[in-house]
Ligand binder design. Structure first.
Ligand SMILES: CC(=O)N[C@H]1[C@@H](OP(=O)(O)OP(=O)(O)OC[C@H]2O[C@@H](n3ccc(=O)[nH]c3=O)[C@H](O)[C@@H]2O)O[C@H](CO)[C@@H](O)[C@@H]1O
Ligand SMILES: C=C(OP(=O)(O)O)C(=O)O
Length: 433
């Protein structure tokens, strides 16, 4: 298995291009199931999750092809994928697939809407929490679906098609919002989703669905109104920039010091995280195409954060921010309210010399003067990049193992960082990548 080797101590200086958002690309790829015409997605990141999802969708009958690179194009430019679900050939999503790639559970919405039936494996839990799907089930039932749980599968039918309804989410769920919004585009009549997720990726999916002919209003607010239509068509859509990748590199620069411009992104996607970073003493300025992040030799100031749904501080940046706080000039509190078990990185950061105590949902991080390199293990996607951020300032060598987690969501991370002066390399293991 591949490992990442980092030798800490260098500041970061230069330019980092930000990729398209994984968490927008995944529902957008799934939206291709809603039409028999071709959906073309541009700026799709080259990630393990994207590759796996396109393979999974091919089981349902989606043909896909990738555009080649144009001459002179930077090899970090996102790829263009064409997806065509001329016919839905299989409405089953087996356990072996859904358990590997939980967002593939979201196919349940488009399959029900278009083929009026689906048999989709329950995804199960993962390293960060139990992650139930009760909201998907109650939401789809509200739209008229009949649902049974049989041998670990959600078996659902909507004879005659889904019917628009009013559904109030008892708690905010990004995935259930994506799924119900997609399902409602082809339902008969009006659907009103209240308490919906307001994440930029929901807005991006809605924009694409509208370009496909859907009638959606209110995406980006907590009430989304969808008027069902008979059919959707193909379109071309550009995936929005990855706000989590943006925030991750901003935190890496805050950690090492230096001066880095993040391009192809926008501060509007992560205002609350950037405000928190500014409070740590990091200089953040907006550019025409992104964000410039600078920090001089002064101390990293401690700041308390609580993760919450958008527009508040995102859970997907919690581990990275904790890595930064390990070197703060004081103690900070980090409270995780979205996932019940998203502190797996704490024990690994401790191996590098961090002082962190967990009390329920809150981690108290006492900043230390120095971290020292050590072998550490990635436990999930964002935890793994937090270890990289810590490794960038740890004295000596940090070796991060199980980097397949990192490859789910960070495109060419070692290349982007080494271009800016970091000493970081991938050590290939047998048969991996
Ligand atoms: C591929 C993708 O976009 N993943 C993101 C998505 O995950 P995902 O869509 O899975 O996360 P949700 O927003 O659904 O989860 C939020 C909370 O709601 C709970 N819940 C969710 C559904 C449900 O039916 N019942 C229930 O109780 C979850 O266990 C969790 O505690 O949003 C999360 C929260 O911003 C991010 O961390 C993930 O990176
Ligand atoms: C938790 C994440 O992804 P997923 O929902 O696919 O597990 C993430 O992107 O940080």
């Amino acid at each position: 298995m591949d490992k990442i080797r980092i030798v800490g101590g260098n500041t970061l200086n230069g330019v980092i291009p930000i990729s398209g958002a994984k968490n927008a690309a995944l529902p957008l790829i799934i939206a291709s199931l809603l039409t028999d015409e071709t959906l073309t997605l541009e700026n799709v990141p080259r990630l393990r999750d994207v590759a796996m999802l396109t393979r999974i969708l091919s089981n349902h009958g989606v043909d896909y092809s990738l555009n080649g690179k144009r001459p002179g194009e930077d090899h970090l430019t996102g790829q263009t994928i064409h997806l065509t679900a001329r016919e839905i050939v299989d409405t089953r999503a087996p356990y072996e697939m859904v358990s590997q790639m939980r967002a593939s559970f979201w196919v349940i919405g488009p399959l029900l809407a278009r083929a009026h039936q689906a048999r989709v494996s329950l995804p199960g839990g993962c390293a960060i929490g139990t992650r139930p799907v009760d909201l998907f089930i109650s939401g789809l039932e509200a739209l008229g679906a009949q649902i049974e749980i049989e041998a670990g599968y959600v078996v659902t039918r909507a004879p005659g098609g889904l019917v628009g309804a009013r559904y109030r989410f008892p708690k905010v769920s990004v995935g259930a919002t994506h799924t119900l919004m997609m399902a409602a585009t082809l339902a008969r009549g009006e659907t009103v989703l209240e308490g919906a997720a307001r994440e930029p990726e929901v807005v991006d999916l809605a924009k694409c669905l509208v370009a496909m002919g859907a009638k959606i209003e209110g995406a980006g607010t907590s009430t989304i109104r969808i008027q069902g239509v008979d059919r959707l068509s193909g379109t071309t859509h550009r995936v929005l920039p990855d706000r989590i990748e943006t925030g991750t590199y901003a935190m890496a620069v805050a950690m090492t010091g230096g001066d880095v411009t993040l391009t192809h992104t926008s501060a509007d996607l992560l205002r609350s995280a950037l405000e928190v970073l500014a409070a740590t003493g990091t200089e953040i300025t907006e550019t025409s195409d992104g964000i410039r992040v600078r920090r001089g030799p002064g101390p990293i100031l401690p700041v308390d954060v609580t993760t919450e749904p958008f527009p508040a501080f995102p859970t997907d940046l919690q581990a990275q921010f904790m890595a930064l706080m390990t070197r703060a000039s004081g103690t900070s509190s980090i409270t995780e309210t979205i996932f019940e078990n998203r502190f797996m990185h704490v024990a690994e950061l401790a191996r590098l010399g961090a002082r962190i105590a967990i009390d329920g949902r809150t981690a108290r991080v006492e900043g230390v003067e120095r971290l020292a390199g050590a072998p550490v293990m990635a436990t999930d996607l964002r935890a793994s990049v937090s270890l990289v951020i810590a490794g960038l300032v740890a004295e000596g060598e940090t070796m991060v193992s199980r980097v397949y987690h990192l490859d789910r969501g960070f495109e060419r991370l070692e290349e982007k960082l080494s271009r800016c002066g970091a000493i970081i390399e991938r050590i290939s293991g047998e048969g991996m990548r």
